[in-house]
Design a protein around this ligand. Structure first.
Ligand SMILES: NC(=O)c1ccc[n+]([C@@H]2O[C@H](COP(=O)([O-])OP(=O)(O)OC[C@H]3O[C@@H](n4cnc5c(N)ncnc54)[C@H](O)[C@@H]3O)[C@@H](O)[C@H]2O)c1
Length: 315
């Protein structure tokens, strides 16, 4: 069994990677500064002494080096990041975490002989798609600082990690959701915010005509993509889309939420923000072919699951 270090391990996707590594019998080290992570996402494992926790900021090279030297992990999954809204609010912190922090992780992996690094990129690199489904060779057309940091991460992987023989796999996540996510994430303005608002009989806002689409995939599926890549010797230095390969329009999502909550929403329609991405739909042919990845939780199941957690008071 191996030792796996997971940055952002208390967060939405990272905590599912933690679960899956523990299930497989690996030793796990979680690195998180709890900026957006939640203790409850990893509490069971901590209380059962199944994982170790290091509360540090990956922006500090000294701290990253210290943790890597201490734990001597064989594999690393790097999920720590500032999300889109926070990147706009705190641009220097976005660069420090997403770019410098990623460089620190790469350097530490090289210095301490890590066998493979998987990490979270984003569909933001594509911007507003010129065609769908979006394949990995779709041009980068990002217009956000967050997306710029994700492109910078990819460039660091392709240059520094590659030239120092550190095998890596990057995932361009589409709309990843789960009951473990903080409410600050961008697209959750729709998924979670609508669920909570309708549940509490508050009005929701629909931008435009509701025809905009998301490609929603559950965080446990995104986590599994990392596991599949981490231990596959034949796949390295690649970037993969992680999505469901299916579009869900805002209208469809609303109908799904109403059905599962058994409530009718009060909807205020306002003009669509022209800067928002109109369609998200991943081609998942590459990840299916090279990693055997198939999403296992449909958006119907994921919505039902989220609402069950909410109704049981677990969110
Ligand atoms: N959720 C999505 O839809 C989505 C889409 C595209 C890309 N991604 C990417 O996937 C990765 C994981 O996203 P997520 O949804 O789990 O987000 P998340 O916010 O739930 O998890 C990120 C974790 O990183 C931690 N963190 C932030 N800054 C840190 C720092 N400086 N040092 C140490 N820890 C720090 C946070 O506390 C949090 O636990 C990120 O790289 C994100 O950009 C997510």
């Amino acid at each position: 069994m191996s030792k796996v270090l997971i940055t952002g391990g208390a967060g939405n996707i990272g905590s599912f990677i933690v679960d899956q590594c523990v299930e497989l019998g690996h030793q796990v080290v979680v690195v998180d500064n709890f900026y957006n992570g939640k203790y409850c996402n990893i509490a069971d494992h901590l209380e059962n002494n199944r994982i170790e926790l290091e509360t540090i900021d990956i922006g500090s090279w000294e701290m990253v080096k210290y943790i890597f030297e201490k734990h001597k992990s064989e594999y690393v999954s790097h999920q720590a990041s500032l999300m889109i809204m926070d990147s706009n609010k705190f641009p220097h912190k976005a660069i420090e975490t997403n770019v410098t922090g990623t460089f620190n992780i790469i350097q530490a992996c090289i210095k301490f002989g890590v066998k493979k690094l998987t990490y979270g990129s984003s569909a933001s690199v594509y911007g507003n798609p010129r065609f769908v489904p979006v394949t990995e060779d779709h041009p980068f057309d990002n217009q956000t600082l967050y997306g710029a940091t994700k492109i910078a991460k990819e460039a660091l992987m392709q240059s520094w990690a590659y030239s120092h023989h550190l095998p890596f796999v990057g995932f361009r996540y589409f709309n990843i959701y789960s009951e473990r996510q903080g409410l600050g994430a961008f697209y959750t303005q729709v998924f979670q915010k609508w669920i909570h608002a309708i549940h509490e009989d508050r009005e929701i806002t629909m931008y435009g005509n509701g025809e905009q689409t998301l490609d929603l995939v559950h965080s446990s599926d995104a986590a599994r993509a990392n596991i599949l890549a981490m231990f596959n010797q034949d796949v390295k230095n690649e970037f993969f889309n992680v999505g469901s390969g299916k579009e869900t329009s805002l209208k469809q999502l609303l109908a799904l939420i109403e059905k599962n909550l058994n409530k009718k929403a009060r909807v205020k329609y306002i003009e669509a923000d022209p800067h928002l991405v109109k369609r998200r739909c991943a081609s998942i042919e590459k990840i299916k072919k090279l990693l055997g990845f198939e999403p296992m939780i449909t958006v119907e199941q994921g919505t039902r699951r989220y609402i069950e957690f909410l109704l049981k008071g677990k969110i």
